[in-house]
Unconditional design. Sequence first.
Length: 129
Amino acid sequence: MAFKTEVAERDEWSYSPTVGVGPLRFGMTVDEVVEAAEMLGQTNVSDCPRDHAIFSPTWKVEVHRRGVAPSPPAVTAYVSQAVGLFCIAVDAVHGPQVAYDRLPLVGRDLSELESDAIAYAEATDVHFL
């Protein structure tokens, strides 16, 4: 059985380059990520395996939407002890709608996103990497 989350039910988050996504800010501790993500749903924190002792301990924080039957995480965040929150992955179907300056980034056809991003870059004289 496939799960579908209606667009109207999804939170709207904004992306700020080098700052964060929605309430999540790069550099946050695990506890800060869990507290910030509570607005979206239930969190599950697990250790990420370390292949080498030189790497800082790292945790994966999965956020599942409230009231949604078992489904993939809406948001997955990775936090290291050394640098804090360094990666935020938003599920295109179950996660919040994410936009950059009103340009929707998730849950849409890739060719439309590419076309809109190019038009945005040309209109605002910015460059995407």
